[in-house]
Ligand binder design. Structure first.
Ligand SMILES: NC(=O)c1ccc[n+]([C@@H]2O[C@H](COP(=O)([O-])OP(=O)(O)OC[C@H]3O[C@@H](n4cnc5c(N)ncnc54)[C@H](OP(=O)(O)O)[C@@H]3O)[C@@H](O)[C@H]2O)c1
Length: 237
């Protein structure tokens, strides 16, 4: 496996949750880290908390000009991790769906990832990697969430398509089960256990456990177009 020491890693969505944990793990592995997200106070606070070797910069992945400018300033780098995501709007019975709000939600998770991949390619090392983020609802649809399943599948499809198109840059995705980020903790214990009680590993994952998969995909120099599940065995039940 390749070492991260001496590499430059960019984490879009690194202000919090899984992205922050990936940034911390990459730093611990000896990488220089740039974290990006849309809210300046949040990303600056994250960079300060990460400490020496980390820089925070704002980027709004809904805005292609913002994405292009972010990568122009970042310059040459080795690995890109995309964990940016917004929440809400896509849950609800099909006959009550707010279609426009649901379309808007694709702006960060899907179109944001596509914008980032496009502009990252101007600066990424040919031996580098891109890792996107999907969710287990892609494979375990539930009532009241058909568009969440569709959206999560677009991420995996994008990763596989990019892996062919951008080679030799490697492109993969991590498929997350319930991971105890700040957003998930805010759901409360009852809602959390309703998702985790029947899992082979009956608990939510930690953000550090999720980060391991991103670190693996950065280092795994013969792996591309793959989806790595971090879901407590959720795909088995
Ligand atoms: N946690 C889970 O259980 C779980 C399960 C399945 C999938 N996922 C997916 O995994 C990803 C990470 O989850 P998480 O729990 O770590 O979420 P999180 O803590 O909310 O992290 C999402 C990050 O995206 C950034 N962001 C939001 N809008 C942005 C924009 N327009 N441009 C740039 N950055 C933006 C946010 O920072 P700013 O507010 O500063 O922009 C935040 O740092 C999300 O896409 C989520 O949907 C999570």
């Amino acid at each position: 496996m390749a070492e991260l020491s001496g590499t430059k890693v960019i984490v879009i969505g690194g202000a919090s949750g899984v992205g922050f944990a990936v940034a911390a793990a990459a730093l611990a592995g000896g990488a220089e880290v740039v974290v990006g997200s849309s809210q300046a106070p949040r990303i600056q606070a994250a960079a300060e908390k990460l400490g020496h070797g980390a820089t925070g910069r704002t980027v709004d992945v809904k805005d292609e000009g913002s994405v292009a400018a972010f990568f122009d300033v970042a310059g040459r780098f080795d690995h890109l991790v995309f964990t940016a995501g917004d929440w809400g709007h896509m849950f609800g019975p099909t006959r009550e769906l707010d279609i426009d709000a649901s379309k808007a939600r694709m702006e960060v998770r899907f179109w944001g990832a596509a914008r980032v991949a496009k502009h990252a390619m101007r600066h990424i090392a040919s031996a580098g990697s891109i890792t996107l983020t999907g969710g287990m609802l892609a494979h375990r649809p539930m009532r009241g969430a058909p568009l969440v399943t569709a959206s999560a599948n677009t991420t995996e499809g994008l990763a596989m398509g990019l892996a062919r198109d951008l080679a030799p840059v490697r492109v993969n995705a991590v498929c997350l089960g319930l991971i105890m980020s700040e957003q998930v903790l805010a759901m409360g214990d009852a809602a959390i256990s309703s998702f985790t009680v029947n899992l082979p590993l009956p608990r939510g994952g930690t953000v550090e456990e999720a980060a391991e998969a991103y670190l693996y995909l950065m280092r795994a120099t013969y792996v591309t177009g793959q989806i790595v599940r971090v879901d407590g065995g959720g795909s088995l039940v």
